[in-house]
Design a protein around this ligand. Structure first.
Ligand code: NSS
Length: 427
């Protein structure tokens, strides 16, 4: 692998395989080739006067993304990326292929059209590695705390979050929906395993065209028996901090490839501030926004509010009218619920939504009726409140929103390999 060459002794002959990342014929007798594999890139130099005619012709006639095998001598050179280059003695194309379509046009639309090829770029490679590590650390943190991962269904009969953004499908002549959230299934499992989480896709036919909405996204949904909202928020704070610290400590090179400085996370040990919904609304207005009590935070309001923080901030106690049916009312602040949205700093906005759940049967039925919900669709969910119910809480963390925040990406679509948006279902 390419990374091994950087540990090899100077003067040693090595063999590598990889894809042509850059290719430049310099004058009559030099070719510069940068080769990439999953571990990195290396500069290779071919000089006409030291290789056979066949090798020279092989070197000249390559395309970007041709797959080649190269033999060469390791040389130190400060001008090369990583300070090492290969003086090529042999080069064999294993698959020369066709001229690569990604050349001059780097417009966002075009790169989305050729997403299946653009995923090979250094930028996307770095983000996909980060996504892998982030998902791994999220699981690691929860597993270490005694959580069980459970796998929820994607095909469901009723929505978990309500609203009009459900994808309806024909299920053998009956209506079914793609899941909006796995929460209700996570709730089922706490009565067996006490602390569980799902890490699974969610689907929302959201018409919002913003830099933070996807139609198909992944959500981590922990659910904990006997947790109140305070314990719930503490867990969220520790989880977010754990993953960010681990990314900064172990993967600085990913941030470097993306041109980002890990210093942006230097305050992450600070306690995450907490604002009541009401205080947050006032703050948005102080900062020049226009909100009234009862409005939800849009992308602009979140951007305003979070622009003044360097760590994520909790907003709690939303009016119950603008939140989901299952949230427990706060006895100390009637009309508001025991919930939190965790908003990431510097404009990234909401990454987590969580709450304490209504756990008593009578209260839940009453709330569902107030909202004119069809309780028949939720019979099995109501069973959870009929038999052995206990207080519990949980939250959902949007994986792509979190990746966007951790890496400070400009757009959520780069946090997932194959983004699904209103206008895009391909590749
Ligand atoms: O709608 S949420 O606020 N909450 C729930 O779905 C709860 N059922 C979660 C739970 O308590 N188990 O969504 C949670 C998070 C939200 O904070 C975002 O980070 C993410 O899910 N989310 C999205 N990410 C990308 N695109 C879209 N459209 C999207 N919607 C929510």
């Amino acid at each position: 692998m390419i990374k091994d060459v950087f540990n090899a002794e100077e003067g040693k002959t090595v063999k590598i395989r990889g894809w042509v990342y850059r290719h430049r014929v310099l004058g009559e007798n030099k070719v510069f080739i940068v080769i990439r594999d999953s571990t990195g890139i290396i500069q290779c130099i071919v000089k006409k006067d030291v290789v056979s005619e066949k090798v020279w012709n092989n070197a000249v006639n390559l395309y970007i993304e041709s797959y080649v095998e190269i033999e060469g001598i390791v040389r130190k050179d400060e001008r090369a990326p990583g300070g090492i280059e290969l003086k090529v003695s042999n080069i064999e194309p294993i698959w020369k292929g066709f001229p690569f379509p990604i050349q001059k046009d780097l417009s966002e639309e075009f790169l989305l059209d050729v997403r299946h090829l653009w995923l090979r770029s250094r930028k996307m490679q770095a983000i996909m590695k980060a996504r892998h590590y982030i998902m791994d650390y999220l699981r690691e943190f929860l597993n270490n705390q005694g959580f069980y991962e459970i796998t929820p269904p994607m095909l469901t009969k009723a929505g978990a979050e309500g609203g009009s953004d459900m994808f309806e499908i024909d299920y053998f002549g009956k209506k079914a929906y793609l899941t909006q959230s796995s929460q209700l299934y996570a709730e089922v499992m706490i009565f067996s395993l006490e602390k569980v989480y799902t890490l699974a896709p969610c689907f929302r036919a959201e018409k919002s065209r913003t830099r933070k909405h996807l139609v198909e996204f992944w959500m981590l949904e922990p659910e904990m028996a006997f947790y109140n909202q305070e314990m719930n928020m503490q867990l969220q704070e520790e989880l977010v901090r754990y993953v960010i610290k681990k990314m900064v400590k172990e993967h600085e090179e990913i941030f470097e490839v993306l041109g980002k400085d890990v210093d942006m996370h230097k305050s992450i040990d600070k306690k995450f501030p907490r604002l009541l919904y009401e205080e947050a609304v006032n703050k948005v207005n102080e900062l020049g926004g226009k909100m009234k009590y009862g409005d939800d935070f849009g992308a602009d309001e979140e951007a305003l509010l979070t622009s003044v923080y360097d760590v994520p901030v909790f907003v709690t106690n939303f009016p119950k009218e603008i939140k989901a049916f299952y949230m427990e009312e706060d006895e100390k602040r009637p009309g508001t619920v025991l919930n939190d949205d965790l908003l990431a700093p510097k404009g990234h906005g909401e990454i987590i939504g969580g709450s304490e759940r209504i756990w008593e049967y009578d209260k839940l039925i009453k709330r569902m009726k107030e909202l004119n919900m069809n309780t028949k669709d939720y019979e099995w969910y109501l069973d959870l409140r009929r038999y052995g119910s206990v207080p519990h809480s949980g939250f959902g963390l949007g994986v792509e929103r979190f990746v966007k925040y951790v890496l400070d990406l400009n757009h959520i679509r780069d946090a997932i390999p194959f983004p699904r948006t209103i206008t895009r279902l391909e590749p």
